[in-house]
Design a binder for this molecule. Structure first.
Ligand code: G1P
Length: 292
């Protein structure tokens, strides 16, 4: 089996990030100099997947504009001889072969994935959530693709998270976590801490065989009225989990986004930027701000 298509759901309302997401997609929130979704597209491309379907919706036009040509801007940069900036603008457009579909029924992640069926057809595909990205030496999705191609099964990326964060994630029940990948026995979406079978969380990277579309069709909406991808995954004939290494940045809420920017700025020594962030934090802490 060969995985050569990726799907990025980006149709959610981003309600946990209001009001900034009222007129702007959550996936366009910047981390340093790029919108979050660009890191996600780059991850897929680095893993050798350049056929990408983005599931968008009303109010998400900025995503399409970002990856589209901007003739006026390019002409302007060319005229003023700003070659390095021109190159960076063009790089975005040349990144991948990006397709879009607008989600009408915004009833959860499972409903978003259903919109991909026509594009991916009867083939396996990678799924990368558009509101988080992972920095690692090998693109995280590549690890999943390797396992999926080797085992011919669906694969989900897992990470051990602090127990207090468990209610915000889909959680896996796994009997034996030895080995590079292992069978997942069961999954539960956003359990209470007490009900959670483990602290192994689904972190938004998956590879699915086309069987997922049949399972989604059979899945009933959850108590919160959403078609949960996790519920459909429970019914797959087989699914493996694999833990991936790297730094994960989740852009779900203001604290998440702030943390992502600070961590990225400190880790990517970009001339003055790193120093400015470090000095600002130290100054604020010295002045007794920041809750200390
Ligand atoms: C979604 C999934 C959940 C997963 C999470 C990772 O939840 O439903 O299983 O753990 O992404 O970010 P959301 O954060 O969209 O509520």
């Amino acid at each position: 089996m060969n995985v050569d298509k990726a799907v990025i759901p980006a149709g959610g309302y981003g309600t946990r990030f209001l009001p900034v997401t009222k007129a702007q997609p959550k996936e366009m929130m910047p981390v340093l100099d790029r919108p979050t979704i660009q890191y996600v597209v780059e991850e897929a491309v680095e893993a050798g997947i350049d056929d990408i379907l983005v599931i968008t919706g009303r109010g998400k036009n900025a995503i399409e504009d970002h990856f589209d040509r901007s003739y006026e801007l390019e002409a302007e940069l060319e005229k003023s001889g700003k070659d390095d900036r021109l190159e960076r603008v063009r790089e975005i457009t040349d990144l991948a072969d990006i397709h879009y579909i607008r989600q009408q029924d915004r009833a959860g992640l499972g409903a978003a994935v259903q919109y991909a069926e026509d594009h991916v057809g009867d083939e396996p595909f990678a799924l990368l959530l558009g509101d988080n990205f992972i920095e690692s030496s090998t693109p995280s999705i590549e690890n999943l693709v390797d396992v999926a191609e080797d085992r011919e099964e669906s694969v989900v990326a897992l990470e051990r998270i602090p127990w207090e964060e468990v209610p915000a994630y889909g959680i896996a029940d796994v009997a034996d976590t030895s080995g590079r990948s292992y069978p997942v026995d069961d999954l539960v979406e956003k359990p209470t801490r007490e009900a959670a079978p483990s602290n192994l969380a689904i972190i938004g990277r998956y590879v699915f065989t086309p069987e997922i579309f049949d399972r989604l069709d059979e899945t009933e909406r959850s108590a919160r009225g959403e078609l949960e991808l996790t519920d459909a995954m429970r019914e797959l004939s087989a699914i493996r989990g694999t833990e991936i290494e790297g730094d994960r940045y989740h852009i779900g809420t203001v604290p998440d986004w702030l943390e992502a920017n600070i961590r990225m700025a400190l880790r990517h020594d970009d001339g003055q930027l790193n120093e400015t962030v470090r000095r600002t934090i130290e100054d604020e802490l010295d002045r007794g701000n920041g809750g200390v």
